[in-house]
Design a protein. Structure first.
Length: 133
């Protein structure tokens, strides 16, 4: 019998599959453009950068909050927040930006079922996208 993952283990598993989803969703011919500096990288060599950082559970797996960023922008430039905000505003508009600004500070506690459901959802989407890459 296989041991059941802890909530923390489920979050880590979801982080991994969600990261693949974000990068594949933006990939064109296997390459993603960093939303903050514009450089192109193979989807496996780019990060899934969070505008509102991962510790904010309410926006951690919100597709509108996470976009491809190269490692330089995501890690060494602290997420290049000004450029990432500009991208979100241009792509989704001020209403979504404002919604994310409020949502990130909300308390969110995901259940085992919530996390397992998101893992199943994004795993299925990744499988579909991998067939088309």
């Amino acid at each position: 019998m296989r041991k059941q993952l802890t909530i923390s283990g489920l979050e880590k598993k979801l982080d991994r599959i969600f990261s693949v989803f974000v990068r594949l969703r933006h990939a064109r011919n296997g390459y993603c453009q960093c939303v903050t500096c514009g450089k192109w990288h193979h989807w496996k060599d780019i990060d899934a950068g969070h505008y509102w950082k991962r510790q904010h559970q309410a926006t951690r797996w919100d597709e509108r909050n996470v976009h491809p960023q190269d490692t330089h922008c995501n890690k060494f430039r602290g997420g290049a927040e000004a450029e990432h905000a500009t991208y979100i505003l241009a792509k989704y508009g001020k209403a979504v930006y404002d919604e994310l600004a409020v949502k990130h500070s909300m308390i969110a506690k995901f259940t085992r079922a919530d996390l397992e459901g998101m893992i199943e959802k994004y795993s299925g989407l990744v499988k579909q996208m991998e067939r088309h890459t």
